[in-house]
Design a protein around this ligand. Structure first.
Ligand code: VGL
Ligand code: ZN
Length: 216
């Protein structure tokens, strides 16, 4: 696959220690993607990144809801919400972009999930699916039309970002070996990872490995 240096951009979704082994909401092998992403960053002229950026007592934390456990699901005014262990606390070291990531080509950083009562998985909209983060305008004004997404977690923030991006008219490619998923149980004995992969493929999102980008 050929990268167009003008209109293609690499998007790093929540590549933060909080989602890696040793962090508060660890994704299995979440740290293995760091060298893969650093290699990808060499191939693109442009990149952006997102950070999950929550206040303490955020509504997505199980600890905010007495009697609830992590991974319970509750109804919020905007729909179903999975409850998580406390994670991504704004301003902490574990909410930083991982220090081993080469940030040279990261031209914009979008922080999301900072409103106490509203979660945000997607890089484009909060979980009410209406409140914009501003990323769409930035990408359009800069002339980008195709997004290569990677990061954590494939089945939550990467998936929701990909879905919104397609809906907004961008072409979307997910770089699988530069991403890792959480894989919660989903209906029919599947996982959230299977469901995300199928749903996104149906919407025209392509899944590739970084090796497919290595040749010129
Ligand atoms: C994420 C769960 C909660 C993610 C963020 O980055 O995929 N998942 N907050
Ligand atoms: Zn979060």
């Amino acid at each position: 696959m050929q990268i167009d240096p003008e209109t293609d951009i690499l998007g790093l979704i929540d590549v933060q220690p909080t989602f890696m082994p040793g962090g508060e909401l660890p994704v299995a092998d979440g740290d293995i993607i760091i060298p893969v992403i650093n290699q990808l960053l060499q191939r693109f002229d442009h990149a952006f990144a997102t950070q999950d950026w929550h206040p303490p007592n955020h509504a997505s934390f199980a600890s905010t809801h007495p009697g609830r456990q992590p991974y319970d699901t509750i109804e919020m005014p905007y729909g179903a919400q999975v409850l998580w262990p406390d994670h991504g606390i704004a301003g902490t070291k574990s909410a930083a972009i991982h220090p081993a990531i080469d940030q040279t080509r990261i031209e914009a950083i979008i922080r999301k999930g900072f409103r106490p009562t509203l979660d945000s998985y997607s890089a484009f909209f909060e979980n009410d699916r209406q409140t914009p983060t501003g990323l769409e305008g930035w990408l359009r004004q800069r002339g980008f039309s195709r997004l290569f997404l990677c990061g954590l977690a494939t089945d939550f923030c990467v998936a929701w970002s990909a879905e919104d991006a397609v809906q907004l008219g961008f072409s979307v490619v997910i770089v699988e070996d530069a991403s890792r998923g959480i894989g919660l149980p989903a209906p029919d004995g599947r996982t959230t990872l299977d469901a995300a992969r199928d749903g996104l493929t149906d919407r025209g999102v392509r899944f590739i490995d970084s090796a497919a980008l290595r040749q010129i």
